[in-house]
Ligand binder design. Structure first.
Ligand SMILES: [Zn+2]
Length: 198
C-alpha cells in the first residue's frame, strides 16, 4: 500500500471519554449495554477528539510552512471553503462556507493552507463571530498583507433542531482588515463571492 492514512488517538483520553459517554447514554434513558450501542461510547470519544483536533494545531505554523516571496498585488480569493464546526453553547454542529481574500504585500501562501486554517479554528468549540476573526488574524499576522477579508455563512443545528427551530436561517459573519476596510475593495470582494452567497 503506497498511501496509508492513520488516525491517532490518546488512549487515556479515549478510555476516560468512553466511560463518560457510557454514563451519559444511561442518564439519557438508554441502555448502553444493548447491542447497537456497545461501541457507541468509544466511537463518540473518537469522533469528539477528531472534531476538536484544532486545539493541537497551529494556524500560523501552517501558513508559514508555505510562505513565499512574490510580488503580487492583486486580490487573491479562496471561496466556498467547506466548514464544519461546533457551537460552544450546545456542542451542536454548525456548518457552511468560508470565503477568504487577501491582498499580498510581498508574501503569499499556498491556497490549500488557507483552507487548512479554516479547519484549525473550526475544529474547536466555537462561536461563528470568533471563528471569523481568528482566521483573519492568522492571515494578517503571518503574511502581513495589505488587506484581508473573511466572510462565513453557516447554518446552526442548535437553531434548527431546538429552540427557535428556524430551519432555513443562515448566519453571515464578516471581518475585514486594511484595504478591505475601504468600500471599493470590499465591494469587489463581495461581488466576486456573491454568486455563492444566499
Ligand atoms: Zn448553539
Amino acid at each position: 500500500m503506497a498511501y496509508k492514512k492513520t488516525e491517532q488517538y490518546d488512549d487515556k483520553i479515549t478510555s476516560s471519554l468512553t466511560e463518560n459517554y457510557k454514563e451519559t447514554l444511561g442518564l439519557l434513558g438508554e441502555n448502553a449495554e444493548r447491542e447497537g450501542l456497545l461501541k457507541t461510547p468509544e466511537r463518540m470519544a473518537k469522533a469528539m477528539q477528531y472534531l476538536t483536533q484544532g486545539y493541537q494545531m497551529d494556524a500560523k505554523a501552517i501558513l508559514n510552512s508555505a510562505k513565499f516571496h512574490e510580488e503580487v498585488s492583486e486580490m487573491i480569493i479562496v471561496k466556498d471553503i467547506e466548514l464544519y464546526s461546533m457551537c460552544e453553547h450546545h456542542m451542536l454542529p454548525f456548518f457552511g462556507k468560508a470565503h477568504i481574500a487577501y491582498i499580498p504585500n510581498g508574501f503569499i501562501t499556498g491556497l490549500s493552507k488557507i483552507a487548512r486554517v479554516v479547519d484549525v479554528y473550526a475544529r474547536r468549540l466555537q462561536v461563528q463571530e470568533r471563528l471569523t476573526t481568528q482566521i483573519l488574524d492568522a492571515i494578517k499576522d503571518t503574511l502581513n498583507p495589505l488587506g484581508v477579508g473573511v466572510v462565513i455563512e453557516a447554518s446552526h443545528l442548535c437553531m434548527m433542531m431546538r429552540g427557535v427551530q428556524k430551519q432555513n436561517s443562515v448566519t453571515t459573519t464578516s471581518a475585514f482588515y486594511g484595504e478591505f476596510l475601504k468600500s471599493p475593495t470590499r465591494s469587489e470582494f463581495m461581488k466576486l463571492i456573491s454568486a455563492s452567497l444566499h
